[in-house]
Design a protein around this ligand. Structure first.
Ligand code: IMP
Length: 185
């Protein structure tokens, strides 16, 4: 079976919900791992994946996500986790309310001793206040383009129709089908 490595329950739920709808079974390996500091999510994602190849039975995948805020020159980007845990959403609002921003997710899959990456982006803006208690992380302060509510006001199903994670997952799913990964585990 394909394993997903993450300690984040919300990420697991979003990923499970999408792949389950496509009849792809996943096993949740609920563990945290050290992430390097790097300038982009691709490097962090593949580095984490490489470090786990001896610990997790393949095939497995994981993902790294960042929030890039235009008025802050792309900050926090690859430091999104650290910033969320230190200054948090209230302080981001003080610095960057109404700024354009985007989320980026990079999935790395380890299959048959090779690494494959799939990315997805969601454009939007930082809200003027915290709204909604659904989702996680920056969701309550991020309003996607063409929406009048934050990701924090969206159900998993609603978020999964537009999100960075969904767009990366859609590419992963395409790869799984194209390469018949289900029958070549
Ligand atoms: P990481 O990918 O687990 O390193 O996440 C980086 C930071 O971004 C963490 O603080 C997460 O809470 C946050 N984050 C990741 N994905 C999302 C998302 O889909 N919505 C809102 N915040 C997110």
């Amino acid at each position: 079976m394909l394993s997903l490595v993450t300690s984040n329950k919300h990420k697991y739920e979003e990923i499970f919900s999408y792949l389950n709808s496509k009849h792809i079974e996943i096993k949740w390996v609920q563990m945290s791992y050290e992430e390097i500091q790097a300038d982009d999510n691709e490097t962090i994602s593949i580095d984490s994946c490489k470090k786990l190849t001896n610990k997790i039975r393949q095939p497995f995948f994981l993902e790294d996500t960042g929030l890039y805020i235009a008025n802050l020159n792309g900050f926090p980007g690859p430091y999104s986790s650290y910033v969320q845990n230190t200054i948090g959403n209230e302080n981001i609002l003080k610095m960057a309310s109404d700024s354009k921003a985007y989320f980026k997710t990079v999935i790395t899959l380890y299959w048959r001793k090779n690494f494959y990456q799939f990315s997805g982006m969601l454009n939007g803006k930082i809200s003027s206040k915290i709204s909604g208690n659904l989702g996680f992380g920056y969701d309550p302060i991020f309003i996607p383009d063409n929406s009048n509510k934050t990701l924090g006001e969206m159900t998993t199903d609603e978020k999964n129709k537009i999100s960075h994670r969904f767009l990366a997952l859609k590419k992963l799913y395409g790869f799984i089908v194209e390469n018949d990964v289900k029958n070549n585990l």
